[in-house]
Write a protein that binds this ligand. Structure first.
Ligand code: UTP
Length: 408
């Protein structure tokens, strides 16, 4: 795209401010900016106009979870099914590591964070160690795909290389980048993060399958015989990945997807709860939890929305292909966005100053025919690191690791 084409594109959508500093740039920076303008999907910005109405919820009703006693009773059978699938090479894992980790406040990718006390224990290392348990049990490596973003791809790959992939066979690890979305002020004007660079951020954790497909990896995985993909968040240092019992429960039950859940610590806990929405599996976010939903009971007389998701899901790859063309809803979220002001200075705001646009994996669950909510023991499998201190922090995760006999 040349300058005139870029200008015409931007003029037609009211974003010509992005060329304000063009004349000050050197030739390479000029070309980079024109390339970015060509690649950027500005359509997402239109969703600001409909942000209050676009994600209207359907009718919420309870979903039945598979709870611990039932899982314990059938654990051997589930484990055998799950291990069989893993041994046949039908299961892969996808690490969602494209996020910015802003709450943790480190400049490095979140997985590089060291939670060790007497020795180095990096978040990525904990995840690989957890996956290695299954590799040892099954006697085969589980293909691992790691999703990064433009902002952390190089640092993530370099770190894995430097750390020798924490002992994982690198031929079973592939990296791919998720797409980026522009960030805007409250009027929908896209910010510049540098004079020659549009402000962008990763487009949410639901972009993973489309990006994996674009990178040619999803097709390859399918051709290779992979039938199930277990996606998981970067920040839960205790979670079991490619857990044979979970996989077996989903397969034996004839489900197309499964969602690991924990019993909520309190009815108003800030986690999304599994539910049915218009009869299809879904997640009601904590901020949508009305007092009625909090107090509702199911047929058994138990709290009806008592199981929170932990961002560890299993999907049938065929089902993922079936929904590939379907548009996922866009979430318009208020964030602090560093930007170049009208005087050409970089501003790092203390308060939110605009919008980012994200697609969330929970909306993928809603597009599934069904999803098995599968209970796991909270203290053994849920140690998310969102903040440095306090709730869901490095501190709380360290405590939980110690309780589980993990040396730090
Ligand atoms: P969070 O919603 O906790 O976001 O991500 P985050 O970026 O890690 O942290 P904050 O909100 O900026 O503090 C949950 C999971 O989804 C991944 C994250 O890497 C994490 O594993 N994620 C999030 C992506 O892979 N891409 C995204 O665009 C957003």
């Amino acid at each position: 795209m040349n300058y005139n084409e870029a200008k015409a594109k931007l003029d037609s959508i009211g974003q010509s401010q992005l060329l304000k500093y063009y004349d000050e740039l050197d030739d390479q920076a000029k070309q980079d900016l024109l390339d970015q303008i060509e690649e950027t999907d500005f359509k997402v910005v239109e969703s600001i106009k409909v942000k209050d109405t676009m994600n209207v919820r359907g009718v919420i009703s309870p979903i039945e979870s598979m709870e611990l006693p039932e899982i314990e009773k059938n654990a051997d059978k589930f484990r055998a099914t799950g291990l069989d699938a893993i041994k046949k090479g039908e299961v892969a894992a996808v690490l969602l590591a494209g996020g910015m980790g802003t709450r943790l406040g480190s400049d490095d990718p979140k997985g590089m964070y060291d939670i060790g006390i007497t020795k180095h224990v990096y978040i990525f290392q904990r995840l690989i160690e957890n996956l290695m348990d299954v590799v040892k049990e099954a006697g085969v490596y589980v293909p691992l795909f790691i999703m990064t973003s433009d902002k952390n791809n190089e640092a993530t790959i370099n770190f894995f290389k430097t750390m020798n992939f924490f002992g994982y066979d690198p031929s079973y690890i592939s990296f791919f980048k998720q797409d980026m979305a522009p960030a805007t002020d409250y009027e929908g004007h896209v910010y510049l993060e540098e004079k020659g660079r549009i402000a962008t951020s990763p487009n949410g954790n639901a972009g993973w399958f489309i990006s994996m497909e674009k990178a040619g990896l999803a097709r390859k995985a399918k051709e290779q015989g992979i039938k199930w993909i277990n996606i998981f968040a970067v920040d839960n240092v205790l979670q079991r990945i490619a857990d044979p019992v979970f996989i077996g429960a989903v397969i034996d039950g004839g489900f197309v997807s499964g969602s690991k859940v924990v019993r909520k610590a309190a009815k108003d806990e800030k986690v999304g709860a599994m539910c049915l929405e218009d009869g299809k599996p879904s997640i009601v976010e904590y901020y949508d939890m009305t007092p009625e939903l909090m107090d509702a009971v199911n047929e058994k007389g138990d709290p009806a929305y008592n199981f929170g998701v932990i961002l560890n899901y299993l999907f049938s790859i065929d089902e993922l292909y079936a929904i590939l063309e379907k548009q996922l809803p866009l979430h318009v979220v208020e964030k602090k966005i560093p930007y170049i002001d009208e005087n050409g200075n970089l501003v790092k705001p203390e308060e939110p100053n605009g919008y980012k646009f994200e697609q969330l994996v929970l909306d993928m669950i809603h597009q599934m025919k069904n999803s098995l909510p599968f209970e796991v023991v909270r203290e053994k499998e849920f140690a998310p690191i969102k903040n440095k201190t306090g709730v869901d922090s490095v501190e709380s995760a360290r405590e939980l690791c110690k309780k589980n006999g993990i040396e730090l």
